[in-house]
Design a protein around this ligand. Structure first.
Ligand code: ATP
Ligand code: MG
Length: 208
């Protein structure tokens, strides 16, 4: 007898991914396994409302690094919805667009503790909770709290701590320090091939 049909479970991991690193990948993999997600979609942003004064790499580079990093995992895919929409990226629009591609699916929006702490300040946060279940994952240096999100709409998950940030990866590359094993091998090679992050960081981007 075949198993009863259940709605597709789709994870969504939004990010600047400048560059994508093993912290993102471990968190996504853990949530996929715990919530038995059929797919986790990585969605590189176009312009992040909270990063407007930072220098961010061109979207095509961030998109392609995300494709390279996720290619070997059959449950991981990458979506261009935020890049193709352009303008400021709001999670509410991401959820509407992905939801339209997967009618009837349950959406799980995955965020690190730092992003979860800000979520009530996001555009249309009430509607975000209607459209998706939030999964907050641990991130070293940031406390994991529900942050006032409705209890039945959020799950908190302790994932293996990976003290990696894109900011630190960019800083290392700009100083000629290796990023091997912090990001997937193909991403190390992509960064080198296109000479990304060679310029020293501006002070404003050193703390995100
Ligand atoms: P930056 O330093 O440029 O802000 P970042 O490392 O924070 O980069 P983002 O692209 O801003 O990466 O993050 C996308 C999502 O991944 C956010 O929800 C963030 O909280 C989460 N995240 C980033 N790094 C980690 C990590 N090491 N562990 C768990 N979650 C993470
Ligand atoms: Mg960040």
């Amino acid at each position: 007898m075949s198993a009863p049909a259940r709605p597709l479970r789709i994870g969504i991991m939004g990010g600047t991914f400048d560059p994508i690193h093993h912290g993102h990948l471990v968190a996504a993999s853990e949530v996929q396994s715990v919530f038995e997600l059929d797919e986790v979609i990585f969605v590189p942003t176009w312009a992040q409302p909270f990063k407007k004064d930072h220098r961010v790499s061109p979207a095509e580079h961030r998109y392609l690094m995300t494709v390279v990093a996720t290619a070997s995992n059959p449950r991981f895919t990458v979506s261009r919805v935020d890049i193709d929409r352009g303008g400021t990226t709001y999670t509410i629009d991401t959820l509407h667009d992905i939801g339209a591609e997967y009618p009837g699916a349950e959406l799980y929006f995955i965020t690190g503790a730092d992003a979860l702490a800000q979520i009530l300040t996001w555009k249309d946060s009430d509607e975000i909770f209607d459209l998706a279940h939030l999964v907050g994952v641990t991130r070293p240096g940031h406390a994991l709290t529900e942050s006032g999100v409705p209890r039945d709409r959020v799950s908190l998950l302790e994932v293996t701590a990976m003290a990696i940030s894109s900011t630190e990866c960019r800083r290392r590359v700009s100083q000629g320090v290796p990023v091997w094993y912090l990001v997937p091998d193909g991403v190390v090679q992509y960064i080198r091939k296109y000479g990304l992050y060679r310029m020293p960081l501006r002070p404003s981007s050193a703390t995100s």
